[in-house]
Design a protein around this ligand. Structure first.
Ligand SMILES: [Zn+2]
Length: 281
């Protein structure tokens, strides 16, 4: 509606600045974790059926993997401090601190006032993907999760197996909570294996078929005691639709691994933020 000012080109040409430099973050223990993972053994596993949700607990100092089995499938991941569900994955800050899509070496940060790493990504078999010609990448921390409310707004129908509902049912079952209480704990996800980006012309969020294949996995180190919930998105590989039963869907497996005794040396869980919490008062 407005004509550009005469200096529009100059204003647009101002150099962008990365908001948060990675080297300002607390140092990562990635090297230690890479050594420790060499000695790890699987101690438990959970299979999440298609179009459903499941939960898992990972004690601090252990690893967990989300593994593709049977066919290409996207997973929506929630993480909580297992002792205090009010501290949970902070998708927006993770995106600002790292990038729109995450991979090995990136950390999943917790909500304020905790703001500490919940998990560090220690291996990603899709790290070869990088950025495709559409500007897409895998494992995004952009999308929120498919949910029945947005679906109802757009299509006017009830659908009960959106990731939001799958995560809600899984948490309610794991913690013996009413659905209404569990729903309030469900938060913006990490879209595991999902391939997404923004269209170049209109900057709209897009998805395309995930490059994940059976055997692929992404692996995390649990920085604190974690409760995780994973939904097998009704969109399957998210190459055509979501929030309905039209796409082939597959299970996802979660595997928990423990490193050998002593492998973590004198490692300790990160503390919550040391900010005074006074907020100017
Ligand atoms: Zn979904």
């Amino acid at each position: 509606m407005n004509n550009p000012p005469t200096d529009a080109a100059a204003r647009r040409a101002v150099k962008p600045l990365v908001c948060y430099e990675i080297d300002q973050l607390p140092p990562s223990n990635l090297e230690l974790y890479q050594q420790a993972r060499e000695s790890m053994t699987m101690i438990s596993e959970v299979t999440v059926p298609p179009r459903d949700g499941g939960t898992f607990e990972v004690p601090a100092g252990n690893f967990f993997r989300i593994v593709s089995v049977d066919g290409p499938q996207v997973g929506d991941l929630n993480l909580w401090n297992s002792r205090d569900l009010s501290e949970r994955f902070f998708s927006g800050k993770t995106r600002q601190l790292h990038a729109t899509h995450v991979s090995t070496g990136d950390r999943l940060w917790s909500t304020l006032p905790g703001l500490r790493p919940l998990a560090t990504i220690t291996h990603d078999t899709l790290d070869w993907y990088g950025w495709d010609d559409d500007g897409g990448g895998v494992h995004d921390v952009i999308g929120t999760r498919c949910d029945p409310y947005t679906n109802y707004m757009l299509k006017g129908v009830d659908y009960h197996h959106c990731c939001h509902s799958n995560l809600t049912r899984a948490l309610a079952a794991a913690r013996s909570m009413p659905l209404t209480e569990a729903e309030l704990q469900v938060h913006d996800v990490m879209n595991v294996f999902m391939c997404t980006g923004f269209t170049r012309d209109t900057h709209q969020y897009f998805m395309k078929a995930s490059p994940v294949r059976p055997g692929d996995f992404i692996e995390f180190f649990a920085e604190i005691d974690l409760l995780g919930a994973l939904s097998t998105c009704p969109g399957g590989d998210c190459g055509s639709s979501h929030s309905d039963d039209s796409t082939p869907c597959y299970p996802l497996k979660v595997e928990i691994y423990q490193p050998a005794a002593g492998a973590l040396q004198d490692w300790a869980s990160p503390e919550r933020s040391a900010y005074s919490g006074r907020h100017g008062l």
